[in-house]
Ligand binder design. Structure first.
Ligand SMILES: [Zn+2]
Length: 712
């Protein structure tokens, strides 16, 4: 492409990319597929490569700078970036208003403007003639650090301010004079936007998941995440952190507050019109009562918000009041941070358990004396890794400060060493893996200790997943994700541990990420509903090799024949074990459908010390194994005796499990695959290859209606 044409194309590409960026990152609206946007960027990049003198600093390709900085340069703020006074209660807030009334010598009759108080890093954006020139941290309020290269990587920050239309400004109640001032500043003046760079909870979770798998230290919270991302020298790293930015203040040239913009709500409108992102939750409140309602509403929604907040900021909505009220000390009278109650508490560390993660990494969890914090009783706290224990100099028996905000995992903040008695015990890394007993090692230049048994986590996870699955114990609502979370948190190591989770362990659940009261109660209810298990299901759920549902049923009948229960009752685990152990390999192999391989597997399962321990744990944790009546004189129904069924497709009237139960109750059996021994194939909706196989072998095929008649 010729240079003249390239120049035009570059300008058009920049506008087009900027338009889609603005929609996606500021307005949360996808106007082009990300892949298509990438190809626009690629075209721009290669054109700029061809004509480097056409590169401008506001080009979307310039968001990530080439070389890391060697250090940050200090930059002085045009006007100080103020800090805030804190209020923690309604009475604090009332006292604040009273102080202002005394200062003004009149009663307060002004509106307030309430904003969410983001927990991130304050940033000032310095635009000259509408172009982003400098981005700086707050620093000490007077001088900050120039972090422009890093801040440019934040996609929701415009490199060039958007130019509103006259009509838009009019709709936002700007006069002709004010409109002219805004345009002049955009053309040839200085506009400074201030706001908070943040990391969303989702980004933090995803990053930590990634870091965990790489064995890298985890980010303690979103605020540390954002500060660490911006206050480091390589903008490529910042770009990977996917930060976001919300603006809350705007300084227009040398104009005083209230000279161009009348209210804080109008200021938010102008920020939006200039292409900056503003929190949608911000709201005008008529008086303090309305502020309290807003505050309480935010408190209830807090956990569901995409980002961390630590309260709200309440400002006089009338900007003329700002210079009138002025600043006292370092903080202004005209605004107040109204914060959520402190979410720290002190408690004692009673024990340390080591949990094994998916990658085999061992993570210590502190078992705490239960304590109320952040609206929940907490009894566990993650410590991330052994380095963390050393950094804190944590010992068993220590009194510690813990923090929990919202549904975030509680963490140990510090150790109160002055409270030590001398009886505290040093903590050492585990000698063996708590899950599999395997060898543990600290891999070179890695923080984490790992179980060297590569299958450790996966094998246990699969076993537990099998236990809760549909044909087995059937924990509806306790899916693989929760099981993995419980395992990774060290709450369960095997299936029997699930039953230890009851009302008394609610605080353990609340110590997990994304666990609020309701979810914890729900999980406990699901587990409580499955404390009684049918014998055949129980045997199947143990995951004994080669023992499928049918074999489990055969074994259950064998047990019933031996024990002859007169009525439906719970069977003691000891009699279950002794019955199994009374059978030789040959006894088992002589049973119907059980060959020598399966017999060996069953035999060794019931003679393995580790398995017997697990079985006893089930009983200890309150599992009741139910056996049906099987009296000496009780006759079994024989309508379908010896008949072999295969179910395929979905039945409308009853679940597959119910259908199987019905067949068994009538003396029939079900198998999974169609063979020439199959008597009936029951074909429901969308039946597949089994149907074809049945046709091929000439097996009788029943539709649902015919099947229901047979089992009537
Ligand atoms: Zn292990």
């Amino acid at each position: 492409m010729k240079k003249e044409a390239a120049k035009i194309r570059i300008e058009k590409l920049k506008d087009e990319i900027n338009y889609h960026r603005y929609n996606y990152h500021v307005l949360d609206r996808e106007t082009i597929a990300p892949a298509a946007l990438d190809s626009l960027k690629n075209e721009l990049f290669s054109l700029e490569n061809e004509y480097p003198d056409l590169i401008t600093s506001d080009s979307p390709t310039q968001r990530v700078a080439g070389k890391p900085l060697s250090k940050f340069v200090k930059t002085k703020h045009s006007r100080p970036m103020i800090s805030l006074f804190d209020a923690f209660s309604e009475s604090d807030m009332r006292a604040w208003q009273e102080r202002n009334e005394n200062y003004l010598k009149q009663t307060w009759n002004q509106e307030y403007y309430c904003e969410l108080k983001l927990d991130g890093l304050a940033i000032s954006l310095h635009y000259e003639s509408g172009q982003l020139q400098i981005a700086a941290t707050r620093g000490d309020g007077v001088t900050g650090e120039n972090v422009t290269a890093n801040v440019k990587t934040i996609q929701s920050i415009p490199l060039v301010l958007r130019r509103p239309t006259t009509a838009e400004l009019k709709a936002a109640e700007f006069s002709a004079r004010e409109t002219k001032i805004i345009f002049d500043l955009l053309d040839n003046g200085v506009i400074e936007a201030r706001g908070e760079a943040i990391m969303t909870k989702k980004v933090l979770r995803d990053l930590n998941k990634k870091y965990e798998s790489l064995g890298k230290p985890l980010l303690a919270n979103a605020r540390n995440g954002v500060a660490g991302s911006i206050r480091q020298l390589d903008s490529k790293i910042t770009a990977e952190r996917h930060l976001d930015f919300y603006a809350y203040d705007l300084l227009l040239g040398n104009y005083e507050r209230g000279e161009v913009v009348a209210t804080k709500s109008q200021l938010d409108s102008l920020l939006r019109l200039l292409g900056l992102k503003v929190l949608a939750d911000n709201n005008i409140c008529k008086n303090l009562e309305a502020v309290f309602t807003f505050f309480n509403g935010v408190g209830e929604r807090r956990e569901k918000l995409a980002f961390d907040i630590d309260g709200i900021v309440v400002k006089a909505n009338n900007l003329k009041m700002w210079p009138t009220l002025g600043v006292v000390g370092k903080a202004p009278r005209y605004m107040m941070a109204y914060k959520f109650p402190a979410e720290q508490a002190t408690t004692k560390v009673n024990d340390i358990v080591w949990q094994v993660g998916r990658t085999g990494a061992l993570t210590p969890t502190a078992i705490l004396e239960p304590v109320a914090v952040g609206g929940a009783t907490i009894s566990r706290s993650t410590l991330h890794n052994f380095d963390e224990i050393q950094r804190l100099d944590l010992r068993l028996g220590d009194t510690v400060v813990i923090e929990r905000s919202g549904d975030v995992i509680p963490k140990v903040i510090s150790v109160l060493k002055n409270l030590r008695t001398g009886k505290e015990k040093k903590i050492t890394p585990p000698a063996a893996c708590p899950m599999c007993g395997g060898q543990v090692e600290q891999v070179d230049d890695e923080v984490a200790y790992r179980c060297l048994n590569k299958k450790c986590f996966a094998v246990s996870l699969r076993q537990i997943e099998h236990f809760v699955s549909r044909g087995a114990a059937d924990f509806d609502g306790l899916g693989p994700k929760l099981i993995e979370q419980f395992m990774a948190a060290g709450l369960i190591k095997d299936a029997a541990d699930i039953y230890a989770i009851d009302e008394t362990k609610k605080s353990d659940l609340l110590s997990l990420e994304r666990f609020a009261e309701k979810k914890a109660e729900n999980v406990i209810a699901i587990i409580n509903a499955k404390r009684e298990l049918d014998l055949a299901r129980f045997i199947y759920s143990l995951g004994i090799r080669h023992v499928g549902e049918e074999t489990a049923r055969t074994l259950a009948v064998m047990i019933a024949e031996n024990l002859h229960p007169e009525k439906k009752q719970a069977v003691a685990l000891s009699s279950l074990i002794s019955t199994f152990q009374s059978k030789s390999r040959d006894d088992l192999a002589n049973m119907e459908d059980i060959g020598p391989v399966v017999a060996e597997s069953i035999y060794s399962f019931w003679h393995d010390e580790k398995n017997l321990e697990l079985l006893k744990k089930f009983e200890r944790n309150g599992v009741k194994i139910i056996i049906e009546a099987f009296g000496k004189n009780k006759s079994v129904q024989t309508k379908l005796a010896g008949k072999i069924f295969v179910l395929t497709g979905s039945l409308l009237g009853l679940t597959r499990d119910a259908a199987k139960d019905k067949i068994r109750a009538l003396g029939g059996k079900t198998t999974e695959s169609v063979t020439k021994n199959t008597d009936y194939v029951v074909a429901g909706e969308n039946s597949g290859s089994k149907y074809d196989k049945a046709k091929e072998l000439g097996v009788t095929i029943l539709n649902e209606e015919e099947f229901l008649k047979i089992i009537e």
